[in-house]
Design a protein around this ligand. Structure first.
Ligand SMILES: Nc1nc2c(ncn2[C@@H]2O[C@H](COP(=O)(O)OP(=O)(O)OP(=O)(O)O)[C@@H](O)[C@H]2O)c(=O)[nH]1
Ligand SMILES: [Zn+2]
Length: 362
């Protein structure tokens, strides 16, 4: 396996994707590298699992006006020219998947957390950490990203871990075709159950709350102690936050594991398709008396009736309503932000026109 392949290069031979082949042909003296870190001042890239460096980046990526999706993120492939201090990124290769999240603040923004990921292991412990609602939230955030989600339930070996009950509470998720695998993250043989998603040249991320077992699983998958695991605080089973950097880790299976702390905060971007993520509920909602039924108090609500019959899980429905509102709010913010931007552009143009009229074209 080539060093590039070990960090997730998606092709066994020459690039079969025409857009990639074209970009590479346009820069004959450049070589591919993968972004491992993104900083305010620039990027760190790698061409092998063991070495990384900071090439000069394209000046347009530093501009505030540059939309976040147009600049590289962790996991992106770029083309680099020159060696040592003269190394510079000359192009960003097209991405085939992108995990985004909404970042609230004074200005609404979207953040690109990771690019070119094949599989996201949504890690959740079968202990006090177990929360189907949080899993649904992760799945919604991953919907439309191009990344395949796989739910990994850790701590299956622990006393009190009830795999059957967990599977039952995730039945709607399973029915959507999402794989759910229960493992002991400390045990090599048990973690082998994840091998269908660990082929050569593939890239995976682990997401999940603190203490879920991400570092433990990472160490077992790598066969080494690359990640420090959090010491569990007395009483609450939650590990400390020990993941401090972003990195590409090459696994013996030939899969590249991308460590991104960015998935801790789970804010929707406003672009998620709630109807698709909760297709089971949407299908029943088609039978509500009112087309715009909010499934709260309306008469003839098929969703509430299904909950009463036991056909729909009340917790899942409540989570659907909550996430639907969150996505709608984020989507409004996104629309406002885009309108403001368009407005600023129009005003800028109008001002230039007035100045041109007053002082003549220069
Ligand atoms: N018995 C058992 N313990 C586990 C398993 N997975 C994780 N643990 C324990 O749970 C604790 C937390 O695991 P970590 O791997 O540190 O969790 P994390 O998700 O990396 O946490 P952060 O680094 O805070 O995000 C550690 O004490 C692990 O040993 C498992 O499958 N079985
Ligand atoms: Zn309804």
């Amino acid at each position: 396996m080539t060093p590039l392949r070990a960090i997730g290069w998606p092709f066994a031979g020459p690039p079969t994707d025409p857009a990639w082949a074209q970009a590479i042909a346009a820069h004959p003296s450049a070589r591919p590298a993968r972004v491992t870190e993104q900083h305010r001042s620039g990027y760190v890239v790698a061409e092998s699992p063991d070495e990384s460096y900071s090439p000069e980046s394209l000046p347009e990526w530093q501009r505030a006006k540059c939309p976040p999706e147009s600049r590289p993120a962790v996991g992106d492939w770029v083309l680099v020219e020159g060696e040592g201090k003269a190394a510079r990124i000359v192009a960003l290769l097209p991405r085939f998947s992108a995990i985004k999240r909404g970042a609230a603040g004074e200005h609404y923004k979207q953040q690109l957390i990771a690019a070119n990921i094949d599989t996201a292991f949504v890690v959740c412990g079968l202990d006090a950490d177990f929360n189907p609602r949080r899993i649904e939230r992760y799945l919604l955030l991953l919907s439309g990203s191009g990344v395949q989600p796989v739910v990994v339930l850790t701590k299956a070996d622990k006393d009190g871990a009830d795999v059957d009950a967990a599977m039952e509470s995730l039945s709607a998720t399973l029915a959507q075709g999402v794989a759910v695998v229960a493992v002991n993250a400390k045990d090599r043989a048990s973690v082998d159950a994840l091998s269908p998603w660990l082929g050569e040249g593939r890239s995976v991320v682990l997401v999940g709350s603190s203490g879920a077992g991400k570092s433990t699983l990472t160490n077992t998958l790598l066969g080494t102690e690359k990640m420090k695991t959090g010491a569990v605080r007395e009483g609450d089973d939650r590990g400390r936050h020990t993941t401090t950097h972003r990195a590409l880790l090459a696994m013996p299976s030939g899969t590249c594991l991308i460590d991104t702390p960015g998935m801790r905060e789970l804010k929707p971007t406003g672009e998620e398709d709630v109807a698709e993520s909760f297709a089971d509920i949407e299908a029943i909602a088609a039978q509500c008396r009112f087309r715009d039924c909010s499934h709260q108090r309306e008469p003839g609500c098929a969703v509430r009736a299904a909950v009463e019959r036991g056909d729909l899980d009340a917790g899942r429905v409540a989570n659907f309503l909550k996430l639907r509102d969150e996505v709608a709010a984020a989507s409004d913010q996104l629309a406002t932000r885009l309108a403001q931007k368009a407005d600023a552009r129009v005003q800028g143009k109008a001002l230039n026109k007035r100045l041109d009229e007053k002082y003549g074209k220069h």
